[in-house]
Design a protein. Sequence first.
Length: 256
Amino acid sequence: MPLLEIKHLTHWFGGLRAVHDFNLKLEPGEIRGLIGPNGAGKTTVFNLVTGFYKPTEGRIIFMGKDITGKRPHEIARMGIGRTFQNLRLWTHLTALDNIKVAFYSQIRYGLVGAFFNTRARREEEERIDHEARNLMKMLGIDQYANWVVSGLPYGIQRKVEIARALATKPRLLLLDEPTAGMSPAEMRETMDFILFIREKFNLTIWLIEHKMKFVMGLCEWIQVLNFGETIAEGPPKEIQRHPEVIKAYLGEMVEL
């Protein structure tokens, strides 16, 4: 059974069709890429899967359960984590606090515990702090725990955002342009980092990316969108040679 299955997904923004008849079967442990020119509908697909938009048509099945139309927090609790194209970190908080925020979706002490500072609350806050620090250590960023995010190098900020997504304990991780703004050296490091977290956390990873060398070197299967429709899908070598893919990218500074 696929971990994620999407059937005939379509979405309209008023009179604009952003995604049309999108289909996917994502197997456990896979690293899959979703590529296409700017405005092709890639992030819209991610927003539909994670509940930020409600599909006009189609179904989204995750681990055998229909999640179509569910809210983002419900989908996150079911095991789908994500990052965003533009960093959505709280830049005035420390890296540690940004990650701890994600653990609060799992708290059990409730409003009474928070208000009266009960023993249960104190114990759970200690557990969250320990788990967040342990996660940062596993990812090699624990030395930045007390740094305010705005003062961190950009590549580290990206890792903090991924760590925050991992704190929700996902089975499926969606990465929206994880190397945006990175140097070639940072891009290579991020590739290794993604391979590491897949093995360490037993993840399935689905990513959007414009840097084709990154996609071709990392993904096992690639799907290509143009004007909201799938124009090609297959292994990297096949996608590189596909005439419709080459045509779609003409005029853009993308090296295939």
